[in-house]
Design a protein around this ligand. Structure first.
Ligand code: B3K
Ligand code: ZN
Length: 878
């Protein structure tokens, strides 16, 4: 088999042929769907007259190919790998093809496939080529007409993009619906859904007074889980009008829920297809966190209608153009709709653990990569989350109002076009007058920048000097890094906690300012500082960097109490906890008793006794840094020490502050009916974190409290929190019956069963891995369903670090077995699941050798392009 070849950004060539119109007809059948494509093509005025026509296709049974009605002879075209080339074509012509595909055999879930009884599609990035021969690239746009033919009983509902324009009956109990999408779009935004679905209808009146019909299509048993997504959609539509001046542009907007889906959802024009886990919600079955996630994803996909669909990407290297911007938009929406500081804390926690790890590992890549083998491997946290941080930095650099003018201009100027990252940044430079040349490096340079900050107080001169050095560690293929343009938001706190007025470089910006780092080392001097201040740096996490400053623990406690910036109050608490836990890890390694620093206990006591003005943030502050974040601080990760020290810290906090946690637990009980409102979510969050500390005290009555909460069965947030504490306790007599009861009660609901799996496989006890193996045999588990795989395997490998990294290598073996099986079934998921094994260089020699061994075992298989790319990167000598 030929080695898969890389594709390079610098090889980009504009398409030689444009599409005027695409007409598709699908005659649906699980085993053999016939797809007819009539492509009205025209040579680009700038293309050479002899330019060949190149189309892409994959696993297509070609039955017929004709140009302007003339069937092509086999000698008149050639198929090589995934391309079909016709050397000689007229300037303007109709290409007519017919292919047969087998949706039921499609386990990759790309192209047209079946999810249970439902036909559905996933075309981004290159799934359309599994449907028909096509110029499957994002810079070829066309208006589509799609006719879907199905069985009247099995497929009563036939959906595609745009508006339905015709429907009718056909012989043999068949029927058809024709859809027309007037907005030119690339093939990746095509969608088709067919099957027995029920519809929940609503409507939305746009700011300019147009009525839009809203339809949410689900299988009948899910009708009771649709309300939240519909309400979220309407909020998102309104928000996009108010915040970005963007109105919806068709008369109909549809969302469909399917059970088998590789990602969260897909923004197909007018017909978003969702993983059921990312859209269906109900208080009985869905946690607060999932409610919020669903709201965010519904908004994200809707926002793509402008940032992605109306203005799309020229090529897949520009993926962050639409994803970074759209994630930033959904983050802002969620911040406006819920607790803004908590949203920021959650996003940063995700970025700092998982994205930083990605950026420091063998698959590190720039936000705009310059080459790839398989583009599906690049739907990463770097493209999405770091991409969003870049947009956020832009807005912070030029100000919210100017940013809005820039986005208006971007949408206006590039409407209907396929553009590049430069086009977006150039518009922002234009409206702001700011030179963003250096800023562009954020798109081309991989790796997380490190800022080393030092402060010096000069008492005689009454000034404070801040020195900042930046450097970015090497990443594969990029040994030497250049300085970046980094916005560093900061302030100074007096010793009584008051914010100090800043006077720097002859300006007095107030108590908060943004320093522009553009060089490897820079210095700022703040004048008129009467006593040694405590600097508050990187407020709001103003740039995606690691920041180091030699704060003492007392200074961190000071920031925790007094910083004006909510995010930095949280971050100071995390840093304080981190130093305390690291000290315990050292003791653990030396075989000594682990003592928790009393200053952390005092800090928590202070927090627990504050008037509860922001309970949402308080709950976050009480959460100790995750094992993943602690690991990020270590040059060589010691999973056992991390787990032991963090656990000991929790237990000592629980013992010292038992009465405080108990009071908080009771004070945050609610008798009101469940609603996923920010206030209620904050109270539940605080109550459940208090309960988790209480049970860590080992007092027997605390598990009785958890049991009572579990049995009260009020809402899934409380039930799941209680179940987790019971299932993770050493008390099998309490845990096992709870697990059993929950499993029996919810055996009919796949999304709840996913939670049941996830809860069990995160048990810290040493039997967790055996449980994973056992649960893989459970009738509710299927390796073909991405949600089940993520719930069982993904959760175990990500969130149960001590057991995944078992010294005997059984965790690695388990993951490799799963990856090898997935490689044949669903390469995209296989390449995602393997990630923890690729990080072997972060661990001790024995573990690294075991992980490497499993990677080599995988490498010996016949690998998909997806897995080949990841495995080769992981094993490459650095
Ligand atoms: N744009 C889709 C990505 C789907 C790609 C799957 N290989 C989801 C989203 O970001 O909205
Ligand atoms: Zn997206």
């Amino acid at each position: 088999m030929a080695e898969p070849q890389a594709i390079y950004l610098h090889d980009y060539q504009p398409p030689a042929y444009r599409l005027e119109r695409t007409e598709l007809t699908f005659d649906l059948n699980e085993k053999a769907t016939r797809v007819r494509a009539r492509l009205h093509l025209q040579r680009h005025p700038e293309a050479e007259a002899q330019a060949p026509l190149v189309l892409w296709g994959c696993e297509l049974g070609l039955e017929r190919i004709a140009i302007d009605g003339q069937p092509l002879l086999e000698s008149e075209y050639r198929i090589e790998g995934e391309t079909l080339t016709v050397e000689r074509v007229p300037e303007r012509f109709l290409l007519d093809t017919e292919v047969v595909i087998e949706p039921a055999a499609n386990t990759a879930l790309e192209g047209l496939y079946v999810s249970g009884p439902i036909f559905c599609t996933q075309c981004e990035p290159e799934g359309f080529r599994r449907i028909t021969w096509y110029p499957d690239r994002p810079d070829v746009l066309a208006p589509f007409t799609t006719t879907v033919i199905g069985d009247r009983d099995r497929e009563p509902v036939l959906l595609s993009n745009g508006n339905p324009v015709e429907r009718g009956e056909l012989p043999g109990n068949r029927h058809f619906v024709s859809w027309q999408d007037p907005h030119p779009k690339p093939a990746y935004l095509f969608a088709l859904v067919a099957g027995k679905l029920d519809c929940v209808r609503d409507s939305f009146t746009t700011a300019s007074g147009r009525e839009v019909a809203l339809e949410l299509w689900v299988e009948e048993e899910n009708l009771h889980k649709t309300e939240w997504a519909m309400a979220s959609l309407k909020r998102a539509m309104r928000w996009d009008e108010q915040s970005y001046g963007r109105e919806y542009d068709l008369d109909l907007f549809m969302i469909v829920a399917v059970n088998d889906f590789n990602m969260g959802a897909m923004e197909n024009k007018g017909l978003n297809i969702f993983n059921s886990a990312a859209v269906l919600a109900n208080p009985q079955t869905t946690t607060d966190a999932a409610f919020q996630r669903i709201e965010g994803i519904v908004a994200h996909e809707y926002f793509h209608n402008w940032s992605g669909n109306r203005v799309t990407c020229r090529d897949w290297f520009q993926l962050a153009l639409k994803e970074g911007f759209t994630v930033f938009r959904d983050q802002t929406f969620s911040a406006d709709t819920n607790s803004a500081p908590v949203k920021r804390i959650e996003d940063v926690a995700l970025l700092r653990t998982l994205q930083f790890a990605e950026d420091a590992g063998p698959t590190a890549h720039p936000v705009r990569p310059d080459h790839f083998i398989e583009i599906s491997n690049f739907y990463t946290l770097t493209i999405y989350e770091k991409g969003a941080e870049i947009v956020r930095m832009l807005r912070n650099l030029i100000g919210a109002e100017t940013f809005r003018r820039g986005s208006d201009r971007y949408f206006e100027r590039f409407d209907g076009q396929a553009v590049r990252v430069e086009d977006f940044v150039d518009v922002m430079a234009e409206v702001s007058g700011l030179d963003l040349g250096l800023f562009m490096r954020w798109y081309s340079q991989a790796g997380t920048p490190q800022l080393d900050c030092r402060g010096e107080y000069d008492e005689a001169g009454q000034r404070f000097t801040l020195t900042v050095r930046q450097h970015t560690p090497p990443t594969p293929g990029q040994p030497d890094k250049l300085p970046l343009h980094i916005p560093l938001r900061m302030g100074l706190l007096g010793d009584d906690g008051t914010p100090l007025t800043l006077s720097v470089d002859g300006e007095t910006p107030g108590t908060d300012t943004v320093l522009h780092l553009t060089e490897a080392e820079q210095q700022w001097t703040f004048e008129g500082i009467e006593r040694a201040p405590v600097p508050s740096l990187l407020r709001g996490f103003s740039a995606p960097v690691r920041l180091d400053y030699p704060w003492s623990r007392d200074e961190l406690a000071h920031l925790m109490r007094f910083d004006e910036d909510g995010f930095n109050r949280w971050d100071a608490t995390q840093r304080l906890a981190l130093t305390a836990i690291e000290e315990m890890m050292t003791a653990h390694a030396a075989g000594e008793t682990m003592h928790l620093d009393a200053r952390l206990i005092d800090a928590f006591r202070y927090l627990l006794n504050q008037p509860a003005d922001d309970r949402a943030v308080l709950a976050e502050m009480l959460r100790l840094p995750s094992e993943a974040w602690i690991a990020e601080q270590q040059s060589q990760v010691d999973v056992d020490a991390i787990h032991a020290a963090r656990r000991a810290a929790i237990e000592q906090l629980a013992d010292s502050l038992y009465a405080d946690f108990e009071r908080v637990y009771h004070a945050n009980q609610s008798t009101a009916g469940y609603a996923p409102t920010p206030e209620q979510i904050a109270a539940r969050s605080l109550k459940n974190i208090a309960l988790s500390y209480l049970t860590a005290s080992g007092e027997p009555e605390t598990l009785a409290m958890a049991k009572a909460q579990f049995e009260a069965d009020d809402n899934m947030t409380d039930v799941r929190a209680a179940l987790t504490l019971l299932a993770h306790s050493d008390r099998a007599d309490l845990g096992d019956p709870a697990i059993r009861a929950f499993g029996e009660r919810w055996s009919h609901d796949a999304l709840v069963m996913d939670q049941w799996f996830a809860t069990q496989v995160t048990r810290p006890q040493p039997d967790a891995l055996e449980r994973v193996r056992f649960l893989m045999q459970h009738p509710a588990f299927s390796i073909k369903n991405p949600n089940r795989v993520r719930a069982l395997i993904g959760t175990f490998t990500r969130d149960n670090r001590v057991n995944f990294h078992r010294r005997d290598g059984a965790g690695y073996r388990l993951l490799a077995d799963v990856v090898i099986e997935l490689n044949r079934l669903n390469p995209e998921i296989a390449a995602r699941m393997i990630a923890p094994l690729t990080r072997f260089r972060r661990f001790d020699e024995a573990r690294a050798a075991l992980m490497r061994g499993e990677l080599e075992r995988i490498r010996a298989e016949k690998l998909s392009r997806n897995l080949h790319e990841v495995v080769e990167k992981a094993l490459a000598e650095t």
